[in-house]
Design a protein around this ligand. Structure first.
Ligand code: HEM
Length: 291
């Protein structure tokens, strides 16, 4: 849907001409590896956070300590790999979905030597940024590998641009969480290297990061899907042309039902995780006292 190929349109219907091309699209290698690395990082921080929770509750059994170290080392390796693949993914987006990339970067005007916008409040109506803070030329360097490289701005795409604010901010949340993950994991790996124990504050930071993988994943997904708008299939089918003829109340009801179900599942999931963590460490404390 982002880099479609391997089909032909006959009377407004898409027919497959090559399944190989449909599966192996130009963005597929980046998407697949970025999402697989996301899963690894999500699990590393989930396990790390829960084991840190157990340590904070006084469970210092060897399995808990080595499990925590294993999670930290995994994150220390996968974090930089994720940033590298994310960077290559961005270059692919530049080539195939430049409007999405311009929204991610908050660039309204085509520029040579474009800045890396760190903070801004994108104003879709006025087609400008408010309170922009950026680093000169760094945007061009990252996107084109050249300090004076030309980056296309949103002005090039007329009204075929996504809602800029959500894409811009989701991108910063994803990258921000990714960089935080690297920082935290590298600190933990450095402590292992120095054969030093983890201080209490570090365990609390890990606990705070327990669900960070989901936050970055959902933010990344928002960048990808909102960034593709107004297209449902990039350059082929507009979202408005694919909308079913349903009443807003029907859509509202279905959406509410989905949201309620997911909120219930999420609450049960989080409650179960921490219930099990507490239960096990209570058991181990009793065992340790009996010994
Ligand atoms: C650390 C720096 C990171 C960079 C530079 C980066 C870059 C990117 C880029 C350029 C996209 C593609 C948008 C598109 O063209 O569709 C993307 C999507 C995505 N990112 Fe990241 N990312 C980073 C970190 C992370 C982290 C830490 C996670 C999760 C743990 C993550 C999860 C995702 C997901 C799930 C998508 C959507 C992929 C898809 O549906 O195709 N990213 N990221």
């Amino acid at each position: 849907m982002h880099t479609p190929q391997g089909f032909e349109m006959v009377d407004g219907v898409a027919y497959a001409t090559s399944w190989r091309e449909i599966i192996f699209t130009p963005s597929m290698p980046y998407r697949l590896s970025h999402v697989l690395l996301s899963s690894g990082l999500t699990v590393a921080f989930l396990v790390g956070g829960l084991l840190a929770y157990r340590m904070l509750r006084g469970d210092h059994r060897p399995a808990v300590i080595s499990g925590l170290r294993c999670a930290v080392c995994m994150a220390a390796v996968l974090g930089p790999l994720q940033a590298l693949v994310g960077d290559l993914h961005g270059v692919n987006t530049r080539d195939f979905q430049p409007a999405k990339l311009a929204a991610m970067e908050g660039l309204w005007h085509t520029k040579e030597g474009a800045p890396l916008v760190l903070f801004a409040l994108p104003d879709q109506q006025e087609r400008t940024n408010r309170m922009e803070i950026g680093i000169p030329k760094l945007g061009s360097l990252i996107i084109t590998r050249d300090l004076n490289g030309k980056v296309l701005g949103l002005e090039e795409f007329g009204d075929k641009i996504p809602p800029v604010g959500p894409v811009f901010w989701s991108f910063r949340i994803m990258v921000g969480v990714g960089l935080l993950m690297i920082l935290i994991a590298w600190f933990g790996a450095w402590r292992i290297w120095r054969r030093q124990e983890y201080p209490g504050w570090y365990l609390r930071v890990l606990l705070g990061m327990t669900f960070s993988g989901w936050v970055a994943t959902v933010a990344g997904w928002y960048v990808t899907e909102i960034g593709r708008q107004p297209w449902l299939v990039q350059g082929v089918l507009l979202t408005k042309d694919a909308v079913a003829d349903l009443q807003p109340t029907q859509v509202g009801l279905t959406l509410s039902a989905y949201l309620t179900t997911y909120v219930l599942l999420l609450t049960a999931f989080v409650a179960t995780l921490f219930y099990l963590s507490r239960k096990e460490s209570e058991k181990s404390t009793v065992e340790a006292t009996q010994l």
